[in-house]
Design a protein around this ligand. Structure first.
Ligand SMILES: *Cc1c(COP(=O)(O)O)cnc(C)c1O
Length: 229
C-alpha cells in the first residue's frame, strides 16, 4: 500500500512542480510516521523513503533506536524544553522551534554533544486555528538573531501549519505569508533556504507556493488508527 500511495503522492508533486516551473529535487518529502509501528517504517524505507517525521519526543527516540539504516529524523511536533534531551541525538532537523527558551535549550544540549543542530522556526500564519507557532515579527527576529550567535544552531528555515479548512484561499494565504516572511528575513541578512509546509490535505498548494519540505502522513501510510495525533 505504501508503494502505491507514494506513487500517487510523487505524481502529484511532479505535476505541481512542472506547473510551477520548479525542480522536484528542491523538495524533500518527509513521511510523517507518528503512530506507525517500526515495521511500517521499515516498509517505507524499502519503498525508498529516507526522511521521517515524528511529533512526540519519546516516540521518536524509541523508533530511532529500533530502526536501522541511513535515514533522517525530523522532529515536527510541539517540543517542551525538558524533552529536548530525548531527541537531540537523533533529530537531523527540528522544525518546531517556537520560543527563545527552546532555542536556548537546544543550543545547550547540542553543544554538549558537539552537534550543529539544524532548526526551523514554527510560525503561526493563520492567526486563529493553530495553537503553536510564533506570531510577532519582533520575537521571530529576536530568536533568529540569537541563533546567529550560536555555533551549535543552524537556522535553515521556517515551518507552518495551515488550518484544517476546505477554503483554498485561506490555506494559500498561510503558505504565501510564510514565503514572504522568509524573503523579508533574508533581506535583513538571514540565510533561510527552507519552507516546511504542506500536509496530506494541502501539499499540492504548498508546492505551488514554494515549499521545500513536505510533511505527509496520511497520504503515504493511510488513516491513523489512534484518536490522537
Ligand atoms: C501529523 C502531522 C503532519 C502530517 O499530517 P497528515 O495530514 O497525516 O499528512 C504534518 N505536520 C505535523 C506537524 C503533524 O503533526
Amino acid at each position: 500500500m505504501i508503494v502505491q500511495n507514494l506513487n500517487i503522492v510523487e505524481e502529484k508533486i511532479l505535476e505541481k512542480c512542472s506547473k510551477a516551473g520548479r525542480n522536484r529535487s528542491e523538495i524533500r518529502l518527509i513521511a510523517v510516521s507518528k503512530t506507525q509501528p517500526v515495521e511500517v517504517i521499515n516498509l517505507a524505507i524499502e519503498a525508498g523513503l529516507k526522511d521521517f517525521g515524528e511529533n512526540k519526543a519519546q516516540e521518536l527516540k524509541e523508533k530511532a533506536d529500533a530502526v536501522s539504516g541511513k535515514i533522517f529524523w525530523h522532529f515536527i511536533g510541539h517540543l517542551q524544553t525538558n524533552k529536548v534531551k530525548y531527541i537531540i541525538n537523533t533529530s537531523e532537523y527540528i522544525h518546531s522551534v517556537d520560543s527563545l527558551k527552546l532555542a536556548e535549550e537546544i543550543s545547550k544540549r547540542a553543544e554538549t554533544i558537539n552537534k550543529n543542530q539544524k532548526i526551523l522556526l514554527e510560525i503561526n500564519t493563520s492567526n486563529e486555528a493553530s495553537k503553536f507557532g510564533l506570531k510577532k515579527e519582533s520575537e521571530i527576529l529576536n530568536i533568529a538573531e540569537f541563533c546567529e550567535t550560536r555555533k551549535n544552531l543552524n537556522l535553515i528555515g521556517l515551518m507552518t501549519m495551515a488550518p484544517l479548512t476546505k477554503d483554498v484561499r485561506i490555506i494559500r494565504n498561510c503558505f504565501s505569508r510564510l514565503r514572504e516572511l522568509k524573503e523579508k528575513l533574508n533581506a535583513r541578512g538571514l540565510k533561510l533556504s527552507e519552507l516546511s509546509m504542506g500536509m496530506t490535505n494541502d501539499y499540492e498548494i504548498a508546492v505551488e507556493e514554494g515549499a521545500t519540505m513536505l510533511r505527509i502522513g496520511t497520504a503515504i501510510f493511510g488513516k491513523r488508527k489512534t484518536l490522537m495525533g
